[in-house]
Design a protein around this ligand. Structure first.
Ligand code: IMP
Length: 431
């Protein structure tokens, strides 16, 4: 299996980290290809909970090389903090174990200030970003004004000049909006220290991966965010600024499509979303509360990066069908099925009705998606606690029927289901 791409099939937070961690056991390389520290990938292992924002989830396997691709936007200061925190937990992170693309873009303090300023100026229409500077960093990248990780390999003064020039450009924009500006030299200070730390990790990732693939190595591409947050294919403009979909893995790492063997979509057994924008199956009241959890457990529906409560609703299969199409999914893994134990009735949105017309896929515009009424199909729930199940046949019949119906409705096999946060809490079909 040369390349397996793992993508989020919904609005992010599907549990991709734990799936990547599971597949990393039989991989040589785990490579992240999009986004930045807006992501929060949680992996539970032997009683320890690892919250990863930038470092790929493969880092938890000592014989796996983790790669951060050119499609990412990286805050070097936060990356150094994350590496040091992981080292404090006993993980070995060396340039042999972590490779950072020289072509990724750097998030500066100016980008963070601009992200906040833009959100404030939008008022009620705000996107609800993670305020990590993601959008402004990608804007500079496509506007050909960005600073790249490879620039950290330059002479210190040269890198400092680029940073200061970048932050001063932000200051012009902040000034125009009447917002306080940054002291560019001071803001650049921490970045110079981070650059010295990260230098040995920076390489040409595309060549590294090509050589590894030609030598027969197995690569797992770790998606961040989700299909509906994709800048092209998501619910624009309520999206992130990168390409979390399967195509993004190729451009975000610089690898060719012929190496790809499998595209695995990760979907939660119900829907969640953080931030603004339409969500046709959103619930409120007691049902939403039950899906969300109280916040007492790390797997409850509160943002790993921002702590914000996530919006919760029934599983939107029309959206999953769309994700299957956009990403060319070979398979879906359904996560958090255990959370659905105890409901009398479960609902699946199999399509939408918009102005009296049935739609099998999400419409293109948000205006239509706002008006979309889910067409629900009801399924019986189950009472049993299922977190101890390991084989499909161990699941209650109603849980088996739920999984099978989702698979049938989006015409994609579901061969694995997670029933708890730990590495081994997986139900494998056919196992
Ligand atoms: P940004 O990526 O911080 O610009 O945020 C844009 C939108 O994507 C907002 O609605 C965020 O809540 C959402 N978002 C970004 N990263 C994640 C994630 O990892 N999980 C879920 N939502 C995310």
């Amino acid at each position: 299996m040369p390349i397996t791409i793992i993508i989020g099939a919904q609005w992010g937070d599907e549990g991709k980290g734990r799936v990547v961690d599971w597949l990393a056991a039989s991989a040589d390389i785990v490579a992240r290809y999009a986004g930045g520290d807006n992501a929060g990938h949680t992996v539970a292992l032997d009683g320890e909970v690892y919250k990863l924002h930038l470092v790929p989830s493969g880092i938890l396997h000592s014989d796996v090389v983790s790669v951060m691709g050119n499609g990412m936007v990286i805050n070097p200061v936060n990356l150094v903090r994350e590496i040091k925190a992981l080292r404090n937990l006993g993980l070995s992170i060396t340039p042999e174990r972590l490779v950072i693309s020289a072509r990724a873009h750097i998030i500066t303090p100016g980008h963070i200030a601009l992200d906040k300023a833009k959100e404030m100026s939008l008022g009620d229409a705000k996107i609800g970003t993670t305020l990590r500077g993601i959008g402004p960093a990608y804007l500079d990248k496509t506007g050909r004004a960005g600073i790249r990780t490879g620039d950290m390999l330059l002479d210190v003064e040269e890198f400092a000049d680029r940073l200061v020039t970048g932050i001063e450009a932000t200051n012009t924009e902040l000034g125009r909006q009447g917002i306080g500006t940054l002291d560019a030299r001071e803001a650049a200070g921490e970045y110079l220290e981070a650059a010295a730390f990260l230098k040995p990790f920076i390489k040409d990732v595309s060549i590294f991966l090509d050589q590894a693939l030609k030598a027969g190595k197995n690569v797992v591409c770790e998606g961040a965010q989700g299909t509906m947050l994709d800048v092209d294919h998501g619910s624009y403009p309520f999206v992130t600024s990168s390409s979390p979909t399967a195509g993004g893995a190729l451009t975000g790492l610089g690898v060719g499509p012929l190496f790809v063997e499998k595209v695995l979509g990760v979907a939660k057994a119900f829907s969640t979303r953080v931030g603004g924008g339409p969500m046709p199956t959103e619930l409120d009241g007691e049902l939403a509360q039950r899906l969300r959890g109280s916040g007492a457990n790390f797997w409850d529906e509160f943002g790993t990066t921002t702590g914000r409560p996530r919006r919760c609703g029934w599983l939107d299969v029309a959206m999953l069908r769309y994700a299957a199409s956009v990403n060319g999914l070979s398979e879906i893994m359904l996560t958090k099925l255990d959370i659905l134990s105890g409901f009398d009735e479960l609902k699946l949105a199999t399509a939408y009705e918009i102005d009296g017309v049935r739609h099998e896929y999400p419409p293109v515009t948000n205006e239509e998606l706002e008006r979309a009424k889910p067409v629900y199909e009801s399924l019986p729930g189950w009472r049993e606690e299922i977190s101890g199940c390991r084989h499909f046949s161990d699941l209650p019949k109603a849980a088996q029927a739920y999984v099978s119906r989702v698979s049938e409705l989006c015409d994609v096999p579901i061969n694995s289901v997670s029933v708890g946060p730990e590495r081994d809490q997986l139900v494998l079909r056919g196992a």
